[in-house]
Write a protein that binds this ligand. Structure first.
Ligand SMILES: Cc1ncc(COP(=O)(O)O)c(C=O)c1O
Length: 469
């Protein structure tokens, strides 16, 4: 039976937590920073506690708890693959730490041949950009001027220009800056027709939208998918990489080597383990895998279509209000009416107030958690702000001398299905107030971090949580 969303809200950890405001009052915290990380599901915490009594070393241990842990860990691989519609004959599921680790594993194994390139885009998070630059030459598909969406014509042109030389097309499933969702089926077809494999950075997609990787012979299949558990209500250091078994089974060594991924070692020789062990060096994080699968099961109970629909409603409400606020600019697509090609990530800016000051005011005066800056997507934010590479490079001396206060940036509001319409209205009321009346206090900037803090005001963070209480 599908869950009703009030009961989902009740089972989120920490939604009732109150935080201090400048006025001395406390207010229930409104978390609108879900693209960074999400609060845990209480049922995930319960599962961890419940399993703790059976926790033991995964693989090789003969003890009963080891056997239970190994069996669970192996079952988790199957469940993860099933959740994203992987093809068990084609794909292998690798449990890892997060999307960053997952993408780095692929980049280290890729070994481009002379003349080959990776085609990615300017809208990527650095985790789907910098690893490719370590591999070899990279080409970037551009975004459109009007709505910041991936420019599919440009992607096609670049595939043509580098015909036969594009080894991998690596594109985000959903942007962590504008929420834009490049169409995976269309890009997969374009990539496969050009003889390239297709990787989707699913960090912002998998928690918010149904994903089907598809079978080996489907031209619209996703070959590689990477995502993080902490962005899907399961913050225990889990993540997943799903990719073609053949790619990882080939003769080249694993991306990281050590215990767990060698079956036989002599002074001069190594026999690598089969997949997935070959790409899972070190002691496996069975709690990370368990929590990820538990969260997937809860999301499945809610229905991923329903999660996406609920988030679409909230996003439409947010965009409708934001686009009415004077002196506020919404970056990316603002089309209303339940557009489905985006997730609930919205970035804003205003000429009236610095981005870092705006997010500080929302925190200290309203108890709202959002994020500001460039969100590890410097190329995209620069593109949205109309800044050239040269203009961005002008900040190099600042950064090298430890001053981040003048860096450009935006403010990001990002939603989860558990956020309420009231929370959307509350952040919009807050923005209207701040942009009309300004901050209620004086703030100073910490040059090293670029963060703003209210003058003459301090609080003791350890009063709220301490290792020693
Ligand atoms: C689109 C996207 N890709 C990759 C990542 C990296 O995720 P993680 O830090 O969990 O490795 C993020 C994190 O914000 C992201 O938003």
């Amino acid at each position: 039976m599908p869950l009703n969303f009030d009961s989902v809200r009740r089972q989120m950890a920490g939604l009732d937590r109150k935080v201090p405001l400048l006025t001395g009052e406390t207010r229930r915290y409104v978390n609108l920073d879900n693209a960074a990380t999400t609060p845990p599901f209480l049922e995930v915490l319960d599962a961890i506690r419940e399993f703790a009594g059976w926790y033991g070393s995964v693989h090789r241990g003969a003890g009963f708890k080891s056997q239970i842990s190994t069996d669970l860990y192996e079952e988790c691989h199957e469940e993860i693959g099933r959740f994203v519609g992987a093809d068990p004959d084609y794909h292998t599921v690798i449990c890892c730490g997060n999307a960053t680790q997952a993408i780095n594993s692929v980049s280290r194994r890729l070994r481009l041949r002379p003349g080959e390139i990776v085609l990615t885009s300017v809208m990527e998070h650095h985790s789907n950009l910098l690893p490719w630059r370590m591999t070899g030459p990279v080409e970037y598909a551009d975004v459109r001027d009007d709505d910041g969406a991936l420019d599919l014509e440009d992607l096609g042109e670049k595939l043509d220009r580098h015909k036969g030389k594009v080894r991998l097309v690596a594109i985000t499933g959903a942007s962590n800056v504008t929420g834009a969702m490049p169409p995976p089926a269309r890009i997969a077809r374009m990539a496969h027709e050009a003889g390239a494999a297709f990787l989707v950075d699913g960090a912002q997609l998998v928690p918010h939208h149904p994903v089907v990787m598809g079978p080996a012979d489907d031209p619209e299949r996703i070959d590689f998918l990477a995502f993080s558990a902490h962005k899907m209500y399961a913050p225990f250091g889990g993540g997943a990489l799903i990719g073609p078994r053949e790619f990882f089974n080939n003769a080249s060594p694993p991306s990281t080597v050590g215990g767990g991924n060698a079956s036989l070692v002599t002074r001069n020789d190594v026999v690598w383990a089969d997949m997935p062990d070959k790409e899972e060096p070190g002691t496996p994080n069975v709690l990370g895998a368990l929590s990820l699968v538990k969260a997937m099961k809860i999301l499945e109970r809610m229905g991923m279509e329903e999660v996406a629909a609920r988030e679409r409603l909230l996003t439409t409400r947010l965009l409708a209000r934001l686009t009415e606020i004077p002196d506020l600019r919404v970056h990316g697509d603002t089309a209303l009416g339940g557009a489905c090609e985006r997730v609930g990530v919205v970035t804003i800016s205003s000429d009236k107030i610095h981005h870092a000051l705006l997010s500080a005011v929302l925190s200290h005066e309203w108890g709202i958690g959002v994020r500001d800056g460039c969100f590890c997507a410097h190329l995209y934010v620069a593109r949205l702000l109309g800044l050239s590479d040269g203009e961005v490079s002008a900040f190099r001396t600042d950064v090298e001398s430890g001053d981040e206060s003048r860096l450009p940036g935006l403010v990001r509001i990002s939603l989860g299905a558990y956020n309420s319409p009231d929370e959307i209205d509350y952040v919009c009321d807050a923005l209207e107030d701040v942009l009309s009346n300004g901050p209620r206090a004086r703030y100073y900037v910490d040059r090293a971090t670029g963060q703003y803090f209210p003058e003459g005001y301090s609080y003791k963070l350890r009063k709220y949580f301490s290792l020693h209480s």
